[in-house]
Design a protein around this ligand. Structure first.
Ligand code: GDD
Ligand code: MN
Length: 392
């Protein structure tokens, strides 16, 4: 087989001399896709090199023989094929894509799935659109006219996908403006627009991560039809849905101000377990003062759990959980204890009314508590260099 046998979709005969490093690096994350990768490489061979010089980088976390199948199939490919197999699958699908983005050397990078749900014939179109629009990012969208979600199995997946898209777009109206399908796993990005070091991917939604954390100024879209899987089943699970919500929360609270708002909202939600605890404890016959103190701990525990998982997910590594809980509880209770003398100070020294004094005290202790939690519980650790990856 030689590249000369291929004709481009536009019908012009091709005379590209390959293999050589391509103008586009196709990054394909794979997890146990041995039944799909040969077909994928075949389809790429048929529709890409004739129109655009390419190379393919698989970032593989498989436990099956996917890497061997890729290497065997690569023999028939008129372009370079690389497999980066990761022993430690950090960050799941998103982490794999970031590895691929870092490894790529060409001007354009296209990310696509390894199960043939993304048509490779679109790869040259994505890049051409990006060149024409002078865009940094081109998204293959299922929601544009001409696109469709044909391959999304079942009404349930369609509904979940729609809800997730709606939620993401309402949380990031500006960042996701002009991106009709932020959940898409199929897109082209200009290498100069990639800022892999700011990305903290968590699970499946790598495009969302890219668009929110380092959105290129110009974004374009191309419609596509989401195909059926060639073989096997989706690797996405219910846990992936939860990971997505945590991912959204992490993205939304990346700025200190947004984090403070989140901290406040979580604090307010803590009234619920607090009051419930108070109700139960006093109903059990406990005196209201110890009941107040105990019930407050319910609120503290509730707040701690939410804050750990939603606000400071990636800032937990440098302290043990009991150390963090201890510090957090100390700050929360100090807040309660200090509020009364603070109010007294405002009333007696500064002659404020009780309501004004209380409001001011609440705000003061809230800000102090937030700053204290940031600095004393979750102070960001200095970044460690990531270890070398294995290239095979
Ligand atoms: N390296 C690596 N590590 N690859 C993974 C992992 C992982 O942990 N998990 C999944 N993959 C690979 C799969 O092997 C496949 O090539 C690709 O990522 C997509 O995985 P699927 O399991 O087929 O995902 P899906 O079809 O449910 O979801 C796709 O469509 C969604 C839109 O509905 C993905 O493209 C999603 O990103 C997209 O949101
Ligand atoms: Mn799939």
């Amino acid at each position: 087989m030689s590249s000369h046998e291929y004709t481009s979709a536009l019908g012009e005969p091709d005379v590209t001399e390959v293999p050589e490093p391509g103008a586009v690096t196709v990054v394909v994350p794979t997890f146990n896709e041995s039944a799909n990768v040969r077909q994928l490489l075949h389809r790429i061979t048929e529709s890409v090199p004739a129109r655009l010089p390419c190379e393919v980088v698989f970032v593989d976390d498989s436990t099956d023989d996917t890497p061997e199948v890729i290497r065997a199939a690569a023999q028939d490919c008129p372009f370079p094929v690389t497999v980066l197999h990761r022993e430690e699958p950090a960050g799941g699908l998103g982490g794999a894509v970031v590895e691929g983005l870092k490894a790529a050397t060409s001007e354009w990078i296209v990310v696509m799935d390894g199960d043939c749900q993304h048509p490779p014939s679109l790869v040259p179109d994505l890049v051409a659109t990006g060149e024409r629009a002078n865009a940094g990012l081109v998204v293959a969208s299922r929601y544009l006219k001409g696109g469709s979600r044909a391959g999304l199995a079942g009404g349930y997946r369609v509904a979940v996908s729609r809800a997730a898209t709606w939620l993401a777009k309402s949380l990031f109206p500006r960042r996701l403006h002009g991106i009709s399908d932020p959940m898409s796993g199929f897109f082209a990005i200009r290498r100069s627009a990639v800022t892999a070091d700011v990305l903290k991917p968590l699970g499946y939604k790598i495009l969302l991560e890219l668009a929110v954390r380092s959105r290129p100024r110009t974004v374009a879209e191309v419609p596509f039809v989401f195909q059926d899987r060639y073989a096997g089943e989706s690797k996405s699970t219910a846990a992936e849905g939860l990971r997505f919500l945590r991912h959204l929360a992490g993205l939304r609270t990346a700025s200190p101000f947004a984090r403070m708002v989140g901290f406040g909202l979580i604090g307010v939600s803590g009234f619920l377990p607090n009051l419930l605890g108070l109700y139960v404890l006093t109903a059990l016959g406990l005196h209201y003062v110890p009941a107040e103190i105990l019930a407050n701990q319910f609120g503290v525990a509730w707040n701690f759990l939410l804050i750990e998982h939603l606000l400071f997910r990636d800032r937990r590594a440098h302290r043990r959980w009991w150390d963090r809980l201890g510090r957090f509880a100390l700050l929360a209770n100090a807040d309660l204890v200090l509020r009364i003398p603070l109010i007294a100070l405002f009333v007696h020294r500064f002659g404020m009314g009780a309501l004004t004094a209380t409001t001011l005290a609440l705000v003061t202790t809230f800000v102090v508590r937030f700053a204290g939690t940031e600095a004393l519980v979750y102070l960001p650790r200095r970044r460690r260099r990531t270890s070398a990856r294995s290239r095979v």
